[in-house]
Design a protein around this ligand. Structure first.
Ligand code: ATP
Length: 353
């Protein structure tokens, strides 16, 4: 049982801005919190400061209300799972998993019992006598998890633990890790750059940009109610379509011939207007009240397709120069075809520029 608090935690490597800038973040007891953001935003540094592997230069890290800022990693009762697994190649799976326990002075028989229990949970029982070199990537990943579990730590710190697995294994393993964490009830900080991983695994997700925390919320809330264009653009794939410099008159905006009324009050004259790929209706290219767009690319995914189209009858510029529309597989589209688009007004986002 443990809570974690980052209290104005800062780390500056002497670059143009701090790697982590006054981070305030609370992780509840038993919570699975995912820290997500693009490469270099300070995720790993934050995690390493919790584990004690990186010094802080301001602020405090608390575990269970205790200030651990100056405490050595070993004394924090935090278990790390690294991206590269960091297994000892010359030790068996059993020894890799039991190493920390033996080091901490646990008896051989107790250690063996803990390892056997964890191995059972992770379906590693048959593999306990093998060396890491004789394991698949997925099995190595589970050994790395096992090594963290056996210690029964207060907190798990996981740094991109799935990034070396192939796409299919990543999907099944993320379910296993989330399930295991729930079963153990261990407070967890999980770092990833993958927003799908963040959405599917986290009880809550914290979004970082250039060392600054943008928003902490449940996956659903982040998706439906992003605080700014960065979070809106980062969460969701394909990204939200963002139109810059859209003029607002009487709470309405126009994209081509399509007039959209804001779902809520808007108190600025210009906005960045956001429409998710699934929030468009496709209408006829002759529809007088539509945004017309010429199809440039159709990405077929089987169940659905992503239609990329260049807007024709608007002066508003869309980021990336193309509108992306998510459509089911039932209709087919041709490159160079013109489509009419209307956004569902209640699903539009109106950001102050
Ligand atoms: P990634 O997803 O690529 O691993 P990240 O979000 O985990 O990125 P960090 O590794 O925390 O990012 O790095 C944050 C910033 O701090 C980056 O600009 C990085 O270059 C810088 N940085 C990290 N470690 C060091 C170091 N030891 N010395 C100097 N700069 C560093």
């Amino acid at each position: 049982m443990a809570t974690v608090s980052f209290d104005a935690v800062t780390r500056d490597f002497g670059g143009s801005r701090p790697a982590v800038d006054k981070l305030d973040l609370e992780i509840a007891d038993g919570e699975f919190l995912v820290l997500v953001g693009p490469s270099g935003c300070g995720k790993s540094t934050s995690l390493r400061m919790l584990a004690g592997l990186e010094p802080t230069q301001g602020g405090r890290v608390l575990i269970d209300g205790q200030d651990v800022t100056g405490v050595a990693p070993k004394a924090r009762d935090v278990a790390m799972v690294f991206q590269n697994y960091a297994l000892y190649p010359n030790m068996t799976v059993a020894d890799n998993m039991g190493f920390a326990l033996r080091n901490a002075g646990m008896s051989k028989s107790d250690s063996r019992k803990s390892v056997a229990e964890a191995a059972e949970m992770l379906e590693l029982t048959e593999l306990l006598d093998r060396k890491p070199g004789a394991l698949s990537g997925g099995q190595r990943q589970r050994v790395a998890m096992g090594r963290a579990i056996v210690r029964r730590p207060k907190v798990f710190c996981m740094d991109e633990p799935l990034s070396n697995l192939d796409a299919k294994l990543r999907v099944s393993t993320r379910g296993q890790i989330a399930g295991l964490q729930k079963r153990l009830g261990t407070t967890t900080l999980y770092v990833t750059h993958d927003q799908v991983e963040a959405m599917t695994m986290g009880d809550r997700v914290a979004v970082l940009k250039q060392g600054v925390l943008q928003q902490v919320a449940s996956p659903r809330e982040l998706y439906l109610d992003p605080v700014n264009t960065f979070v809106a653009g980062f969460m969701g794939s394909p990204s939200m379509n963002l139109f810059d410099e859209v003029t607002v008159v009487d709470r309405s905006a126009t994209l081509g011939g399509h007039r959209i009324t804001a779902p809520n009050a808007v108190d600025v004259a210009r906005v960045v207007l956001g429409v998710r790929p699934e929030s468009w209706e496709i209408v006829s290219a002759e529809h007088p009240e539509a945004l017309y767009a010429r199809i440039e690319l159709v990405e077929e995914l089987g169940a659905e397709q992503f239609v990329h189209a260049v807007p024709q009858n608007t002066t508003a510029t869309v980021r990336g120069d193309r509108v992306i529309v998510r459509v089911d597989h039932r209709r087919s589209f041709a490159v160079d075809e013109t489509i009419g688009l209307q956004a569902r007004p209640e699903e539009t986002y109106w950001f102050a520029p």
